[in-house]
Write a protein that binds this ligand. Structure first.
Ligand code: ADP
Ligand code: ADP
Ligand code: ZN
Ligand code: ZN
Length: 848
């Protein structure tokens, strides 16, 4: 076993020399617990989902450390902290300062990149500024001239975005068999304004009744692209022949109309409209292309003329980190050709180059060690998975050389293939070795096994949890019968063998190109349960969550549900040059459902009850009470989103936000309704002695008992319990839910629908955040869907799940450029036999 912390022997705290002593913790569901946790050790918090691990690690320990920090930097924060609420705990002794590396809940909104999060880009800019190769005669540039986010650095054509927005005939005329009268020019505005433009074309003598593609190119170009804006008489409602007559006779027109080409309309509207929906509409006709001036490198030409090892900074930022290391290594190790000469002629520059490359190399090594060597510096963080982002932050911490700190981490193994778990453990060991404590919430058995100390919380979720079942070295867990974790940790790891189902057909994709996938052919079996595996960065998400989902939705004729912040999205993510088509099998798919970990809403206004639709039924029940009818309160009165019934101080949010300079905003309970969200009149109405706010405060389990006479409520609530969410409160704001919880809510919403079969379900790592015991529950549900005639495709790392699927597609063999191919496809048994698959050995472990 690696590095045991020396001082922990007993679990009663008596023998723990350097310990964090928690007394009387009551945050969320914690049951007034006392626990001693060793410092300078890897401590793993385990337990079923909802048992209270995060409430202890984040809600109590980290929150308290943060509170103390606030107090020390800003005495006035004490008053605010009192309003916000301090963690419910009597005392914590021996708590060092803490750094939380939590999984991002929801997508990060800042415009950052791998280079900025890791600060590697800063160092690279200094390297180029001070030690870059400048063309003869060019003066030296300051470091900020190498940043696209400063006026000194940004390319003047694209303003540092790297892309310019354009339109083409194809983008604006998606169907060229249509006539102008039938709206061939789809990019034009709808309704009257579009009619006006078509009438103008009639006046100008264009043929609006011939299919677009039969019009002369010259006419098409003018209509779409001209900068001219002629103003001409319009005869509304006239046929082309009547218009010609009217023009000849110089009749008085209906009005004078001004022409605008489609391009002009689209670009101008996109740049100036304040309406998000109009902006979204026109953006559909825009193509973004690489900026021709900077070739997408976002920088001024002066900056791009400076090179290091033959590459400009934009080129270097596009390489995978692993390759960047190879470029820098010769200089760092002093073996670069010409370095000798450099040392003689510009000793200070050579020294800077060596120092900076050594530092960069050391930092990149940590990243590649964590399995992130396939990322490039310019990759934007919103395109990273939460697990990748957390590991980036972790790597940055390793180099920060802090010591005496507690790092609190949330499932760092998320998104990691078992082959990469060793690297993660090594990184954690490194932080610990530097004199830090690690408090990790984790479900992955391979990580739990490496712990110096385990705090197992349980026995079940929510009200049935919140006790410390065990606190001590891993071996001792064996004796704790109430622990669910014990079963998986000590169990042989084997699962029941099952015979894979036979596919009912195949969904065949050809010529798939996206990110690191190049012209790939792949087929997915229908009517069965498929797991797509491969190491992080091998291309699983590109294949499944991107290409497969897009192609199937296109085939089904529905556009992908747009992202809420699509306007911004457009600037970030280049239009994907994707290739690929479905050649077979769509007759077996009539519906597509993605069950992902994206939040079910971005505001505290959405919650489990509103998302699943069960709140509608609850509101109707309240509106149907005698008291409500006497006051003529309808169901809308019981919504906290509309003015009638909600508290107006907080507009139904239940809390108000307090802005702190230099610190993130904090939220304080609403002084009027104290968090109830409703006004006093609304709260007077009771259903079975509970008001609407009290119902929102119930857990799913509680509500299931409370509404036992309401069949469609018990149906929805029952499904939520089956996916293991019985512990959630109905009104728990969407912003407080973990990705895994959001995903299970989506799944439950699906399960409560009437099943017709032929639905394709796509899930991305559904086991994230789930204890192995919860994973089993999830599998029962997913198998149920398959038995009803549906298809399930998952991206998955949990070999317990993979071994129980009907079919496995292993992508790889490596990450980035070294991946992107189908290494193996077959039943779990077949794939586990293939020597070239990196997944095989781990899979075999569960099958033999
Ligand atoms: P775990 O980390 O073990 O999955 P949590 O600590 O997140 O469990 O949750 C324990 C209990 O506390 C659950 O019943 C959960 O619904 C509840 N809970 C979690 N976050 C909050 C919160 N912000 N407010 C109120 N209750 C919460
Ligand atoms: P996996 O899902 O197997 O972890 P991905 O499909 O996310 O792998 O990534 C495969 C490759 O494609 C990696 O090299 C990754 O950096 C790259 N990639 C993935 N998404 C994007 C994106 N949005 N923009 C640019 N590159 C991407
Ligand atoms: Zn540019
Ligand atoms: Zn209020």
């Amino acid at each position: 076993r690696r590095g045991k912390a020396p001082s922990q022997k007993t679990q009663d705290g008596g023998g723990v020399a350097k310990a964090v002593k928690v007394r009387g913790a009551r945050e969320h569901n914690l049951k007034n617990i006392d626990v001693d946790i060793p410092r300078d050790a890897l401590v793993v918090f385990t337990g079923v989902s909802g048992s209270g691990k995060s409430s202890l690690a984040f809600g109590t320990l980290y929150a308290e450390a943060q509170r103390r920090y606030f107090e020390s930097v800003a005495p006035y924060a004490r008053r605010l902290m009192d309003q916000v609420g301090v963690p419910e705990v009597d005392a914590i002794e021996g708590l060092p300062p803490a750094v939380a590396l939590q999984q991002q809940r929801g997508s990060p909104t800042t415009r950052s990149s791998v280079g900025s999060v890791t600060t590697l880009s800063n160092s690279l800019r200094l390297l180029y500024s001070r030690a870059g190769h400048y063309p003869p005669g060019q003066p030296h540039l300051a470091a900020e001239a190498f940043s696209p986010n400063t006026p000194a650095g940004a390319c003047p054509r694209c303003h540092g975005l790297g892309r310019v927005y354009e339109v083409t005939e194809r983008s604006m005329v998606p169907d060229d068999t249509l006539t102008i009268r039938d709206r061939a020019v789809a990019a034009w505005p709808p309704a009257w304004h579009g009619q006006n433009l078509r009438d103008i074309l009639v006046t100008l003598g264009y043929d609006v009744d011939r299919p677009w593609r039969e019009l002369p190119q010259k006419d098409r170009d003018w209509i779409l692209f001209t900068e001219e804006q002629p103003t001409v008489p319009v005869y509304a409602g006239f046929t082309p022949a009547e218009t010609r007559q009217a023009l000849k006779r110089k009749e008085t027109p209906s009005y004078m109309g001004t022409f605008t080409s489609a391009r002009r309309y689209v670009l101008q509207t996109f740049a100036t409209t304040e309406s998000a929906s109009i902006k979204k509409r026109v953006s559909r006709y825009l193509l973004s292309t690489e900026c021709p001036v900077c070739e997408g490198k976002r920088l001024r030409r002066e900056a791009l003329s400076v090179t290091f090892a033959g590459l400009d900074i934009g080129e270097l930022s596009r390489l995978p980190l692993g390759r960047v290391a190879e470029v820098l290594r010769p200089t760092a190790e002093g073996t670069a050709p010409g370095l000798e000469k450099w040392r003689r002629e510009h000793p200070e520059k050579a020294l800077v180059a060596e120092r900076f490359t050594q530092d960069l190399l050391g930092r990149i090594k940590v990243l590649t060690g964590l399995g992130l060597g396939y990322l490039s510096l310019e990759r934007s963080t919103p395109t990273l998975s939460p697990g990748e982002l957390q590991r980036l932050r972790l790597a940055t911490q390793i180099r920060s050389q802090l010591f005496g700190v507690v790092y609190v981490l949330d499932e760092p193994s998320a998104g990691l293939h078992p082959a990469d778990t060793q690297a993660l453990l090594a990184a954690l060991a490194q932080l610990k070795g530097a004199g830090n404590s690690l408090f990790v919430v984790e479900h992955e058995v391979d990580v739990i096994r490496e712990a110096d100390w385990i705090v197992d919380v349980g026995p079940a979720a929510g009200e049935q949890g919140g006790h410390v079942l065990y606190s001590g070295p891993p071996e001792g867990l064996e004796a704790v019968e109430a622990s669910q974790t014990r079963r998986y940790l000590l169990g042989h790891g084997k699962v029941a063998r099952r015979t894979p189902r036979a596919p009912k057909g195949w969904l065949c994709l050809e010529g798939v190109s996206r990110n690191n996938l190049h012209n790939l052919d792949v087929r997915f079996p229908l009517g069965v349960f498929t797991s797509v595996t491969g190491i992080s960065g091998s291309g699983k998400s590109s294949l499944v969550s991107q290409v497969l989902v897009e192609l199937v939705s296109k085939h089904l004729g529905h556009e992908l549900a747009p992202e809420e912040d699509e306007g911004e999205e457009l600037e970030r993510t280049p239009t994907l040059t994707s290739g690929g088509r479905i050649t077979e099998g769509m007759e077996g798919v009539t519906r597509l459902v993605r069950v992902d970990q994206k939040p079910i809403g971005r505001t505290p206004r959405s919650n489990l009850a509103t998302y699943t639709g069960l709140f509608d039924s609850v509101r109707k029940l309240f509106a149907a009470t005698k008291a409500a009818r006497a006051r003529r309160y309808d169901a809308g009165r019981f919504s906290f989103n509309v003015p009638k019934g909600r508290c107006e101080t907080c507009e139904g949010e239940g809390f108000v936000s307090v802005e702190l300079i230099f610190l993130p905003d904090v939220f304080a309970p609403c002084p009027t309704c104290h968090g109830a969200r409703y006004n006093a009149k609304t709260l007077e109405i009771q259903y079975k002695d509970k008001n609407i706010a009290e119902v929102l405060g119930m857990t799913v389990d509680g509500a299931y008992a409370f509404f036992k006479d309401e069949p469609h409520l018990t149906r929805s609530l029952g499904v939520l319990r089956e996916v293991g969410l019985g512990y959630l409160r109905l009104g728990q704001p969407a912003t407080e839910l973990s990705g895994g919880e959001a995903q299970r809510i989506k799944l439950a919403t699906e399960l409560q629908r009437v099943q017709r079969g032929n639905t394709l379900y796509v899930l991305d790592e559904p086991t994230t955040g789930l204890h192995p015991a919860d994973v089993e529950k999830l599998l029962v549900q997913l198998n149920g869907l398959v038995d009803q005639g549906n298809t399930i495709i998952l991206v998955e790392h949990d070999m317990r799940v993979v071994s129980q699927s009907d079919w496995v597609i292993d992508v790889g063999p490596g990450a980035g450029d070294e991946g992107g191919r189908v290494v193996a496809a077959g039943t779990p048994e077949e794939v586990s036999q293939l020597a070239k698959s990196r997944t095989a050995p781990f899979l075999k472990h569960f099958l033999s």
